[in-house]
Write a protein that binds this ligand. Structure first.
Ligand code: SF4
Length: 233
């Protein structure tokens, strides 16, 4: 049974982690990304569709060219022409078709599809990550953006891991991620997390010595212990 003290320690660690990610966003976040300057659910969903299997730098230019268009205008575009605009991102024909299907669903629902987790996840190419991202960034819902980066950071900082072949589909891991997102400033937390994982807690050679949360990191503590043992030998 988990002791009360253990629960308190875990809650305190989560609190420190939350504040550190928000501070990271405020001080070092990629504020220039255009989809972070809007609370339009449609534009955020558009950005997420563009961001699949590509980098934010590549997606940004295409986003700027498509963001002015309404869902009705996207539906009205010639699909081949839309695919041409999406070509720099790859899988452009699939992306164009899905984008028009999504835009049509937004029109048909009068926009309500953008507010519902179930409705968003019923859209083509939209899973839990995109649904959470849209609802968090547009409406402030405290939902985690759990991608491979957050999974890595959770594993290192908290020791939380999944034995599933596809950790992103692990319900328990999603519950862990949900416990991390604060009710206040969930957008800033998620953005800070994404930027922190991309710049500091990188997959290879994490920058532990300059990391603002190394004092609470399980991975860092374990490494320090190994180093101390090696020096003592
Ligand atoms: S101390 Fe290292 S492993 Fe831990 S969160 Fe920071 S960068 Fe990641």
């Amino acid at each position: 049974m988990v002791s009360r003290q253990h629960k308190l320690q875990r809650a305190a660690k989560i609190h420190l982690f939350q504040r550190a990610m928000i501070t990271y966003w405020q001080q070092n976040g990629r504020h220039e990304l255009p989809w972070r300057k809007t609370t339009s659910a449609w534009n955020i969903l558009l950005a997420e569709v563009l961001l699949r299997k590509t980098t934010s730098a590549q997606a940004a230019a295409v986003y700027e060219s498509l963001a002015p268009y309404s869902p009705a205008e996207i539906v009205g575009m010639d699909q081949a022409a839309l695919a041409g605009l999406l070509q720099p991102l790859g899988i452009h024909q699939v992306r164009a078709k899905q984008l028009q299907q999504i835009a049509q669903a937004v029109i048909d629902s009068g926009g309500t599809v953008l507010e519902s987790d179930a409705a968003l996840r019923a859209l083509p190419g939209v899973g839990r990550y995109i649904s959470n991202s849209v609802r968090c960034c547009a409406f402030g819902v405290p939902a985690p953006a759990m991608d491979t980066n957050l999974i890595r950071v959770m594993n290192r900082v908290f020791g939380w891991t999944s034995h599933r072949k596809r950790p992103r589909e692990d319900r328990k891991l999603w519950q862990c991620a949900e416990a991390l997102v604060p009710d206040d400033m969930p957008r800033e937390f998620n953005w800070g997390m994404l930027d922190f994982a991309a710049a500091i807690c990188t997959q290879r050679k994490p920058k532990c010595e300059q990391c603002p949360i190394n004092e609470i990191c399980t991975y860092y503590a374990a490494n320090r212990q190994v180093q101390a043992l090696e020096m003592a030998e």
